[in-house]
Design a binder for this molecule. Structure first.
Ligand code: IPE
Ligand code: IPE
Ligand code: MG
Ligand code: MG
Ligand code: MG
Length: 290
């Protein structure tokens, strides 16, 4: 990672950490549930989606504290999605971020409930006045995130991912990946424009960028599932051999070519903002090893 990216990731981690801690310190909830939630959120993770949300919010001079609240909400949704993704009924994975996966450590029922509890926490954070002083902006964030993680968003994509018989073409594989991974990235980027009450054109541009970024990110994730190492990834490899991903349709070589074309498309899309961070993060996304 370049020095610019390293410092950006660190500053976004510093900004969201107190908010995550605050919302994960709930004395009224059963201890084992809070423990499962806290470990899943606090044991590592790149904090990529919040970092993108903060960078996009910076484009519109949004106060850090606002963007950090949205970043924390996104990380709660992401944490929930990973806990459920690892369940035996889904990807049946034993390891996550170099530790036992949530269900392996705390049992299936607790893991399901930890995910169930992290998801609404995201909406609680978005409803917090500290997220934005305007109730209309908070409502807009809540509606956008609700859509992006529901049946026509992430959850729908996860269903398709687990239903190979529904994926019979490159097009349906792209739809599956756009939903399961792209939607949360799209919200992360779009949220900066929502917070900044930016023109619709910016909102659409950033959302489009988020989808392309998510697509590229998932392609690289699926390539790493084939070519990466457990040590670097902190999660098992070869788990998704049976999945009908884009990489499964295209093969490794063609997938890398496709990544290169997504790279160019993303650079063009973000050019109007003249922000070197985006050039660097786009390059990192298609070359990353973890
Ligand atoms: C993993 O996302 C899930 C996918 C969409 C491939 P990340 O690779 O961002 O997970 P963490 O948060 O860094 O562990
Ligand atoms: C996960 O995709 C996507 C979501 C959690 C929504 P993967 O199943 O490829 O993620 P990993 O490889 O387990 O992190
Ligand atoms: Mg999965
Ligand atoms: Mg998985
Ligand atoms: Mg994967």
């Amino acid at each position: 990672m370049t020095p610019l990216l390293t410092s950006f990731f660190q500053s976004s981690q510093d900004a969201i950490q107190p908010i995550l801690q605050h919302y994960l310190a709930n004395p009224h909830a059963p201890r084992p549930l809070m423990e499962a939630m806290t470990q899943s959120i606090q044991h590592g993770g790149k904090r990529l989606r919040p970092t993108l949300a903060l960078a996009c919010a910076d484009l519109f001079h949004v106060p850090r504290i606002s963007a950090a609240h949205v970043g924390a909400a996104i990380e709660m949704v992401h944490g929930y999605s990973l806990i459920h993704d690892d369940l035996p009924a889904m990807d049946n994975a034993d390891m996550r971020r170099g530790h036992l996966s949530c269900w392996r450590q705390f049992g299936e029922a607790t893991a399901i409930l930890a995910g169930d509890s992290l998801l609404p926490l995201a909406f609680e954070i978005l409803g917090d006045e500290k997220t934005h002083h305007s109730p209309a902006v908070r409502l807009s964030l809540i509606q956008a995130l609700a859509k992006d993680c529901g049946a026509s968003g992430m959850a729908g994509g996860q269903l398709l991912d687990l239903s190979p018989h529904l994926i019979d073409s490159l097009e349906t594989a792209t739809t599956m990946q756009s939903l399961k991974t792209g939607c949360l990235f799209a919200f992360s980027c779009e949220s900066g424009a929502i917070l900044g009450q930016a023109p619709l054109e910016d909102r659409q541009r950033l959302r489009h960028f988020g989808f392309l970024f998510g697509l590229a990110f998932q392609i690289q994730d699926d390539l790493l599932d084939r070519e990466g190492t457990v040590e670097e990834l902190g999660k098992p490899i070869g788990m998704d051999d049976h999945k009908r991903s884009l990489v499964a349709f295209l093969g490794n070589r063609e997938s890398k070519r496709y990544l290169a074309s997504l790279h160019q498309e993303m650079i063009q899309l973000m050019k109007p903002y003249h922000e070197p961070f985006f050039e660097e993060i786009i390059l990192w996304a298609i070359r990353r090893k973890n």
